[in-house]
Ligand binder design. Sequence first.
Ligand SMILES: N[C@@H](Cc1ccc(O)cc1)C(=O)O
Length: 333
Amino acid sequence: MDTDAYESITRNTAEVVTNEEIHALAESPENRRAYVGYEPSGVLHVGHMLTANKLIELQSIGFDIIVLLADVHAYLNGKGTFAEIRETASQMREQFIAYGLDSDQTEFILGSSFQFDEEYILDLHALEAETSLARSNRAMAAIKGDETATVAHAVYPLMQALDIVYLDVDLAIGGTEQRKVHMLARDTLPSIDADAPACLHTPLIADLTTGIGKMSSSSGVSISIEDDTTTLTKKIESAYCPPTATPDPSGEGEPRYNPVLQLFEYHVFPRFDDVVIERREKHGGDLSYETYDSLEADLESGDLHPADAKEALAAYLDTLIEPGRAKVRDERK
Ligand SMILES: N[C@@H](Cc1ccc(O)cc1)C(=O)O
């Protein structure tokens, strides 16, 4: 077995389904197809970047990568008029490439380019007939936000399941909030004689200022590819960063995580071999880390001060988003 490939696939994941299926993919990763679907939102934010890091990693071990720009899904989820969404979708391709996806090895597909085909619609109706509203609603709960569930929300996860078949995907990737849709896909696709995909879920990053709940552009401070250096630095400076990675029970049942450490673990270390924290000589001079664990250990022991960690984090994130930021700037000219 190729343990390196298995390591690459599973690193920084919250969950894989199933482990046996991932082992099988790791045996021969060449030309396997992995995908993530995104509701186009105009500019990439930290949530897009987290799954994109995984796509970049899988690309480097031979996977074919498909990025679905899910315009119809965004429409069903109330994100604007269809015309607006489609316009936004086309801007995101350039940002993903600037972020690090290989333009020759990534297929960008607009959902509407195949989701109106007769065959797709008929399969969709077959899935609708197989699925209870309750199950569909449960699958959507973590995706749709607080809105009242509509019929469109009930159709959404079934289309997401069907995309996996029509894009001929071996591995479906998404944040943890996608897991119930993927489980629905695994249970329901056999009813139309389609194979269920293996799944991989990336962890959620905690809210930047409180460490509670998830970082989200709609309900708190998020990091986006548009942030200029000053904005980004200010956001990171005001982040919650206790000297520990261990979740602290907040008292209301929701644990508090350290989002600064999470950003190092899931965004910085996967993209840089060495992470250097610059410090003045009188503060002990530069620190250099090859692994996330060693950085975490230094923060916990007090050898690394949260303020120094934050300053370095802001600089690394700035480097990661700069190429995409330049694209956004060009588009607006
Ligand atoms: N559900 C995804 C978007 C998506 C849509 C269709 C898919 O096939 C895959 C993913 C999100 O929450 O953003």
